[in-house]
Design a binder for this molecule. Structure first.
Ligand SMILES: Nc1ncnc2c1ncn2[C@@H]1O[C@H](COP(=O)(O)OP(=O)(O)OP(=O)(O)O)[C@@H](O)[C@H]1O
Ligand SMILES: [Mg+2]
Length: 313
């Protein structure tokens, strides 16, 4: 399989605090790659790094993000804006925060087409109507003229997906796009994302807490813990035989799709804070399998797993 995006040794700090500690992964062409892990493990920071949307207080201290042969970290702000408009699109958990409340939904989708693809206003609105239809927005003609606050959460998320697909991006980054939605709508949005992937061959980087969602949409998954990848592999193999004790626990306490269980609270102990990550393996204080070596020496990611115990077995 061909890699569309190659992330190598990505390190991100906020001030003196390092929150991503050398992230390495590939996104292959046409695949859905899920990133899972507890709150604060670095999923969103990873996604925002790809878009170079981390904000002023963050610093990418090392690494490379090779996308279609270029390192995104070396592009000028202008070049990066083009990449965001036409090659990588992102959708968020709360679409209200990325839709502009003062413009109609149709205008905002049309604007992408005008700005990045030179459509006339008329052609852009026509294309926007087609996109609304494609993402299953009923009465698309009228919805073009709706303002974001006039739409339900599910409809706003569809508008976001339409806007993201307007540019036919090679990569769609979705940060918990269904978490705020109720179960039925969630299932519809997942079905829509699968449809988008098969229709355009778009690669998707999908961030979620929900293992049910992973099972339903992803081909491969990365498990993050405390700013590191602790395990990676195909969804099939990780669900069948997870090797890292953290992945094992994550799967053991996974609610089924959409279930509103308190998320991952079943894993004992607290997620450590980035300014005080434990030495050795960062998971060792919470790990029932830990041996002496685990508190002394940090394990590396070897053949898909970062664990002294799993590596030896
Ligand atoms: N703007 C910021 N300033 C300082 N620290 C930040 C900032 N954004 C994120 N962090 C820290 O970086 C770490 C990773 O955060 P991130 O948002 O990536 O977690 P996450 O895995 O997406 O969690 P969640 O599941 O809650 O969305 C956390 O410790 C967080 O507190
Ligand atoms: Mg997040």
């Amino acid at each position: 399989m061909k890699a569309l995006l190659e992330v190598r040794d990505l390190r991100v700090s906020f001030g003196a605090t390092e929150v991503l500690d050398g992230i390495d992964f590939d996104v292959y062409e046409g695949e859905v790659l899920a990133i899972v892990g507890e709150s604060g493990s670095g999923k969103s920071v990873t996604a925002l790094s790809m878009m170079r949307l981390l904000g002023e207080s963050a610093e990418i201290t090392s690494g490379s993000l090779r996308f279609s042969g270029r390192d995104l970290l070396e592009l000028s702000e202008d070049e990066m804006r083009k990449v965001r408009g036409r090659e990588i699109a992102m959708i968020f958990q709360e679409p209200m925060s990325s839709l502009n409340p003062v413009y109609t939904a149709g205008f905002q989708v049309a604007e992408v087409l005008e700005e990045h693809f030179g459509y006339s206003r008329k052609a852009a609105l026509e294309k926007a109507r087609e996109l609304f239809e494609m993402v299953g927005i009923p009465a698309p003609e009228e919805r073009l003229r709706s303002y974001p606050h006039e739409l339900s959460g599910g409809m706003r998320q569809r508008v976001m997906i339409a806007m993201a697909m307007a540019s036919e991006p090679k990569l769609l980054v979705a940060d918990e796009p269904t978490t705020a939605l109720d179960v039925t709508i969630q299932a519809q949005i997942l079905a829509l994302m699968k449809d988008v992937r098969s229709r355009f061959g778009t690669s998707v980087l999908f961030i979620t807490h929900d293992m049910g969602v992973v099972a339903s949409i992803a081909d491969r998954m990365l498990v993050m813990y405390a700013g590191q990848i602790v395990e990676e592999g195909s969804v099939e193999s990780l669900f069948e035989s997870p090797r890292h004790p953290y992945t094992q626990r994550l799967l053991a306490c996974a609610p089924s799709i959409g279930e509103r269980k308190e998320r991952l609270s079943v894993i004992e102990g607290f997620a450590p804070s980035p300014d005080a990550y434990p030495g050795g393996c960062r998971f060792h204080p919470r790990c029932s399998e830990a041996i002496e070596r685990c508190s002394a020496e940090p394990p590396r990611l070897v053949r898909g797993v970062r664990c002294w115990v799993a590596e030896d077995s």
